[in-house]
Design a binder for this molecule. Structure first.
Ligand code: PMP
Length: 437
């Protein structure tokens, strides 16, 4: 039976596979916000392709668009040659971009978010003639050598030695576990950015780019405060550095607005997009202000920049997100999720912090017995992973991330319904109670 998997193919796979080590299931089908395994188990999928499946599994609009493209005889792979499918995708995307980028340019970068992040830095270097980049602690931008250099997680890169040169990490203004103590954070973090970018005595060479996520995802779900976004915008402008917003995970409605940069006024020069914009198929682009169009023909290339199936799935997804008002829906459902998680966590001190906008929510699990100098309890990755496993046993798949992987992350498809949200909440409450303190 195709549903039976032997252990032999599994043993042939790399030890780098981390999900199956924690979630030992074999998924056989997916529909909407639910996936099923080969043994008859069903799960609400709050991983959703790491946020790529905005419309969930096998949304009819996406399936129809893929089928129609196949049936039409359109070429499926055309590098950057024009096709009607591509033109339609570009038109759809530009119809919803922030106004400051609506007369910008798009570059298809390849299948993965990391491809687009790489392109954004290369473009900034081309435009400015500078090499340095400022990124943020806890930021995540990918796993290629360049994007890993930008990623603010020391343990992920220490074994590798020199990566992209001249990357400086500054503190991200997290509210919980702030590097500046429990009170002032956005203000001090903003001052540090201004200092690094504009003060001769910072010793940091004027950078080509500053790259940031409007909500840090893998880093543990930390939203960027609006005053910090304003400082980033102003200081990059005065320092002549390109401001890159990595919206690979936040883009297309997840955080309760189409773009997470918008409500905080980040107003980036370059928007990096992937995941949801491909409708669950591989696609990554950058959109940048017109005046940054410094490429020479052929200056940036890559074979898989022209997947018609990804573009068709992406265009259908954008249409559905807009038609269904799914960004607003993500805001409402996210509130229900956050409120519900707070309610079931009750006064259990192990749920240290519950945060995140829209359907990008994290619960940081902590060891209340081990506090730092500010009295903030230590992250407890062991507990988070036990809760993850216990939630799986109760029919919900979640991700973990953040410091020590102690943040249980909820990234369900935007089409999840109220009843499913309540099931997710109940499963979290039951899982937390089931794991001994
Ligand atoms: N940037 C952000 C903000 C991401 O969340 C991710 C993926 N989690 C990436 C970049 C890298 O994307 P990919 O895994 O497709 O290379």
């Amino acid at each position: 039976s195709p549903l039976l998997t032997t252990t032999l193919p599994r043993r042939r796979e790399s030890s780098a596979r981390s999900y199956p080590q924690r979630l030992p299931i074999t998924l056989a089908w997916g529909r909407g916000a639910v996936v099923g395994d080969t043994r008859g188990g069903e799960y609400i999928d709050c991983l959703a392709g790491a946020g790529a499946l905005a419309l969930g599994h096998h949304h009819p609009a996406v399936d129809d668009a893929i089928r129609a493209t196949l049936d039409s005889g359109a070429p499926l792979s055309t590098l950057d040659l024009s096709t009607p499918v591509r033109d339609q995708f570009v038109e759809q995307l530009f119809s919803i971009l922030p106004s400051s980028l609506s007369s910008g340019r798009i570059l298809f970068c390849g299948p993965s978010g990391a491809d687009a992040v790489e392109a954004s830095i290369k473009l900034a270097r081309t435009c400015t003639g500078r090499t340095g980049v400022i990124a943020f602690g806890g930021g995540y931008h990918g796993m290629t050598q360049g994007t890993l250099a930008l990623t603010g997680r020391r343990s992920a890169k220490e074994p590798l030695g020199a990566l992209l040169p001249e990357v400086h990490h500054l503190p991200f203004p997290t509210e919980y576990r702030s590097p500046f103590g429990p009170s002032a954070n956005a203000d001090i973090a903003g001052r540090l950015v201004t200092w690094a970018l504009t003060d001769d005595h910072s010793g940091i060479a004027a950078p080509a780019a500053v790259i940031a996520e409007p909500v840090q995802g893998e880093g543990g779900v930390y939203p960027m405060p609006a005053p910090f976004a304003a400082t980033l915008r102003a200081s990059t402008r005065s320092a002549g550095a390109v401001l890159v917003a990595d919206e690979v995970q936040t883009g297309l409605g997840r955080t309760g607005s189409l773009w997470a940069s918008d409500p905080i006024g980040l107003d980036p020069d370059v928007l990096v997009l992937s995941k949801a914009i491909g409708g669950g198929l591989p696609l990554a682009v950058i959109v940048h202000r017109g005046e940054l169009d410094a490429w020479q023909p052929g200056a940036h290339a890559g074979t898989f920049r022209g997947s018609a199936l990804s573009m068709a799935a992406g265009a259908a997804t954008i249409r559905e997100v807009v038609r269904g008002g799914l960004a607003d829906r993500a805001r409402e459902l996210g509130q229900r999720l956050s409120d519900g998680l707070r309610a079931v966590a009750g006064d259990d001190a192990r749920a240290g912090d519950i945060r995140g906008p829209g359907l990008m929510v994290g619960v940081e699990l902590v060891d209340p017995a081990a506090a730092d100098a500010d009295g903030v309890p230590a992250p407890d990755g062991r507990l988070a992973q036990a809760v993850q496993r216990a939630m799986m046993n109760r029919g919900v798949i979640v991700e973990v991330g953040g410091t020590d992987d102690a943040v249980v992350r909820f990234l369900p498809p935007l089409i999840i319904d109220e009843e499913q949200i309540d099931q997710v909440v109940d499963a979290f409450g039951a899982a937390l109670r089931a794991v001994p303190a």
